[in-house]
Ligand binder design. Structure first.
Ligand SMILES: NC(=O)c1ccc[n+]([C@@H]2O[C@H](COP(=O)([O-])OP(=O)(O)OC[C@H]3O[C@@H](n4cnc5c(N)ncnc54)[C@H](OP(=O)(O)O)[C@@H]3O)[C@@H](O)[C@H]2O)c1
Length: 301
């Protein structure tokens, strides 16, 4: 197995590389700024998705691809930044498609990252992989165009699965450290009503899941979330319990968050109750199914 990863230098990619290298798999990655020491045991190759250029040597003998590349959504959504969020993903996939054309392997297994932000935000709906209840905001629009672009790789004969990732909980990067900070200072409060569903996954389980899916084709769309989503107030209350901090302040109203964060407030205010029916009926073993053990593991280090 030779695995090529785009966006390998990010939160999820690094963890996947570590898992694969530990298993003795040959790992290569495309980066805009590869450096020999960036990811231990993996070989970096330069690409520039905005220019549609890439190092062809990376493709020789590749059997599996994981596509993660894209500009973060955790920055203020100005009109120009929104274009970057979308086009970084579209251009990365277009460049990957060109790279795959150079490969002599006509049927490569491809896992392409996607997001549960595609689903309609609703306090009462539950979404499994068959849900067609999509949202109507910026995140849904990005994900739909991202998935449509990835679909072209399947149309070319490759075995594609779209992995709709939930909120990735990690001790160092991503959403959790930002949510934990005010709680640590004793000023934790839920955001908006606090009733919004947060479908989360522990970063370690997500990395193990990508490795599992390389050799287990569960279908064209897989929801990558832990079996037990929680409402936001519960998540923050668990954080406060684990850190032994108070959690009694009134919620921060939605309108304040919208004023401070602009359109990006959707990231913390949207509610997606997502089930991973396919994973739960497979033999994939989650290490962290419920929020308390996951948070205890991440926060008590
Ligand atoms: N973390 C989450 O909670 C979450 C949830 C749902 C979906 N996802 C999706 O899963 C993917 C990986 O997530 P992550 O948290 O690991 O992301 P991340 O830490 O932000 O890393 C993304 C990687 O994409 C590359 N990248 C950044 N800006 C780019 C640009 N303008 N053009 C091309 N490549 C660019 C970077 O690689 P180089 O600098 O090496 O080129 C970077 O390491 C992302 O696409 C993200 O949207 C993440």
């Amino acid at each position: 197995m030779v695995v090529l990863i785009t966006g390998a230098t990010g939160l999820i990619g690094r963890k996947i590389c570590t898992e694969l290298v530990r298993e003795g798999v040959e790992v290569r990655y495309f980066s805009r700024h590869p450096s020999p020491s960036a990811i231990l045991g993996a070989k970096g190759f330069e690409w520039n998705p905005d220019q549609f250029t890439f190092d062809e040597k990376a493709m020789d003998g590749v059997t599996h691809v994981i596509n993660l590349a894209g500009a973060t959504i955790a920055k203020r959504w100005t009109a120009s930044y929104k274009k970057q969020v979308l086009f970084s993903r579209i251009n990365s996939l277009k460049t990957l498609e060109m790279a795959l054309e150079k490969s002599k392997n006509p049927s490569i297994r491809i896992l392409s990252a996607s997001a549960i932000g595609v689903y309609k935000s609703d306090l009462h709906l539950t979404h499994d992989e068959h849900s067609t209840a999509y949202g109507d905001g910026f995140l849904t629009e990005v994900v739909q165009q991202w998935e449509a672009q990835a679909q072209r790789l399947s149309d070319k004969g490759h075995a594609l699965s779209l992995v709709r990732i939930g909120i990735v909980l990690d001790s160092i990067q991503g959403a959790l450290p930002k949510l934990v900070l005010p709680v640590r200072f004793g000023i934790g409060a839920s955001l908006g009503s606090g009733k919004q569903w947060q479908s989360w996954i522990h970063s370690e389980d997500l990395a193990r899941l990508f490795v599992y899916l390389l050799t287990h084709d569960l279908g064209p769309v897989i929801n990558a979330v832990a079996p037990h989503p929680v409402v936001q107030k519960e998540l923050l209350r668990e954080v406060a319990n684990i850190l032994k901090r108070p959690f009694f302040l009134p919620s921060i109203p939605s309108w304040v968050l919208k004023m401070v964060l602009g359109e990006m407030s959707a990231v913390v205010l949207e509610s997606q109750n997502v089930r991973s029916t396919l994973l739960e009926s497979s033999d994939f073993q989650f290490k962290f199914k419920a929020i308390r053990p996951a948070l205890s593991h991440l926060l008590k280090r």
